[in-house]
Design a protein around this ligand. Structure first.
Ligand code: COA
Length: 540
């Protein structure tokens, strides 16, 4: 594979300007991530109360379980951001992937310092998403349970529908049946529905004095039966480990529980992260020839100025080596083979608007990767498919559809990173959320919407004016309409709006992207070869 060349002048004024702007974006991201860990109204008091009870904070709990000196890939850290009056940092639940004895597990850990660890609608979405990741990547799940169960004021958005609370138990039962270990440590409340998390687990550890499992807590028992009972007598660790058998192990404190959990993990016979299967093409990794931090100076501070996809690829892939497919045709999409942390991957990256040729080239390349069993990486930065008379006459609709169809049916592992704009059907053809990439990450400069704000202002204002059927409108009224649309599109295409709602698996630093993708690819490489997909009918 050839080493890509770079045309970036790191001494230029434009580079310095972009870099300064990106560092500002990163400062905002870090500040908001810190908010997820310890911010929100009344949070300081609940953290203090949690620690005063001798309990460990949620991220420290995970650190105590995973192998020392190994990273934890936290997902959707900023879920809930800007929603629920900002009273649910991180949606009150931490999810991610970490190693125990070299074997990767999904972690689902309640944060009891946020609304008692109770689950809001977005918390359920996060919980269920983590289980779906476990299923697709063949991972066991470790539940660190400390939760008030369903967030009762919003019960109708949590309880009965598909993918609501019930969906999490459905998934847990099915994950277990697939031989993917479901392990729980009970570190706080597991009330009502929450009791089913440990009850559906393969093995359960309860911590004395803090862990409690009951279908109805003391207030309900008092109301229903008139019994007055101490919470520990009703559902404490001793009762459940020695009498009911709901729990398998009693731990005197959290640290003992995590030691026991690691002991259980040593018996699960799971595939280690390094156990690559034969279908997965891997060689020794090498770092990129160009420093990934230069991405900060490449991404344009002004989103009307494009930046080149190959400059980004050169800073993500091993040795900056890239074998470009059809480099002189359909140039607004860059396709080619590269390696990330040693794993062969087919990269599809936008260099602007998608034309018919670019859509066909991408379709062809997806089929090559599907034939050769090479995972696909989509780097999204597009305003969508080309419009206009020539483009329609050239069959952009059917050619875009071929690309969409190829993406939908590819069975090799797919990954998506939003490195810039993700607009219109470009989001779909480039493997957006609706196309089930195994992981979808976004950079803090990304934007996601049906169309860019300026286009929307023109389109929506025209529609509204047409609807007014010739009524006189002043320039001020038109300007006010434009401002209203701009406000809506600017706020809704903001990456924090997207990540808050789990349209992605998290906002990540461009510098960390290579590492995150390396882990994701390694997860797939340890699985059996994915089944080949169905034959597709392409509209010619
Ligand atoms: N729904 C909504 N809010 C809940 C909640 C729930 N299920 N469980 C806890 N909370 C909120 C509390 O209102 C409180 O909110 P605030 O910080 O705005 O005051 C916060 O979480 C902490 O609760 P608190 O009871 O003060 O904390 P605690 O550590 O002493 O007890 C629990 C935690 C989870 C054991 C206890 O709150 C509890 O039993 N909750 C109800 C559990 C239940 O019956 N769930 C039914 C689910 S179907």
């Amino acid at each position: 594979m050839r080493v890509l060349e770079s045309r970036i002048d790191t001494g230029s004024a434009r580079y310095a300007e972009n870099r300064a702007a990106y560092e500002q974006l990163m400062a905002t991201l870090r500040e908001r991530q810190a908010w997820a860990a310890s911010g929100g109204p009344g949070r300081a008091r609940s953290i203090e109360r949690h620690l005063a009870r001798g309990k460990v904070l949620v991220r420290d709990r995970i650190d105590l379980v995973i192998d020392g000196e190994t990273p934890f890939l936290e997902l959707s850290t900023l879920s809930g951001y800007g929603q629920y009056d900002d009273a649910a940092p991180g949606a009150g639940i931490v999810t991610g992937i970490g190693l125990v004895h070299g074997v990767p597990y999904v972690f689902i850990a309640n944060d009891a310092t946020v609304k008692g660890g109770s689950l809001l609608p977005v918390s359920i979405k996060k919980h269920v998403r983590a289980q779906d990741i476990a299923l697709e990547n063949g991972l066991g799940v470790i539940y660190l349970v400390d939760s008030g169960g369903a967030f009762l004021p919003l019960q109708d958005d949590i309880f009965p529908d598909k993918d609501h609370f019930g969906g999490s138990f459905y998934r847990q039962a099915r994950l277990s049946a697939r031989g993917l270990p479901q392990l729980s440590v009970v570190l706080g409340g597991c009330t009502a529905g929450g009791a089913y998390v440990p009850a559906l687990s393969d093995e359960v550890i309860m911590v004395a004095g803090i862990g409690r499992i009951f279908l109805g807590g003391p207030p309900i028992v008092k109301a229903a039966l008139g019994e007055i009972i101490d919470p520990d007598d009703l559902g404490g660790a001793v009762l459940h480990t020695r009498t009911s058998g709901v729990s398998d192990y009693l731990a005197a404190d959290e640290r003992e529980a995590y030691g026991r959990l690691r002991e259980i993990c040593s018996t699960t016979n799971g595939r280690a992260i390094t156990e690559r299967q034969q279908w997965a093409d891997w060689t020794d990794p090498e770092p990129p020839a160009f420093d990934p931090v230069e991405i900060y100076g490449i991404v344009s501070a002004d989103d009307r100025i494009p930046f080149e996809a190959t400059e980004i690829i050169a800073r993500l892939v091993d040795g900056s080596r890239f074998s470009s497919f059809k480099p002189e045709w359909g140039e607004s999409i860059v396709c080619g083979f590269a390696r990330i942390w040693g794993h062969l991957v087919g990269v599809i990256a936008n260099d602007g608007i998608i034309f018919s040729e670019s859509a066909l080239k991408a379709t062809h390349f997806i089929e090559l990767c599907e034939q050769r069993r090479v995972p696909l990486l989509f780097l999204q930065n597009t305003s969508g498919y080309m419009v206009g008379r020539d483009s329609e006459a050239g069959g952009i609709a059917k050619n875009g559809a071929k690309m969409v169809s190829a993406v939908a049916n590819a069975t090799v592992p797919k990954y998506t990173v939003l490195i810039g704009g993700s607009y219109g059907a470009g989001n779909y053809g480039m493997c957006g959320r609706g196309f089930n990439p195994r992981f979808l990450f976004a950079w803090p400069n990304s934007r996601i919407a049906t169309m860019a704000s300026e286009t929307a202002q023109t389109v929506l204002v025209d529609i509204r004016l047409a609807g007014m059927k010739g009524e006189e409108t002043t320039d001020e009224q038109v300007a006010a309409l434009r401002a209203e649309v701009a406000e809506q599109y600017d706020s809704q295409s903001d990456p924090y709006h997207a990540t808050s709602r789990l349209w992605d698996d998290g906002l990540i630093d461009p510098v960390d992207t290579r590492g995150a993708l390396g882990l994701c690819l390694a997860l797939a490489a340890r699985q059996d070869e994915p089944p080949r997909g169905p034959g597709i009918v392409y509209r010619m």
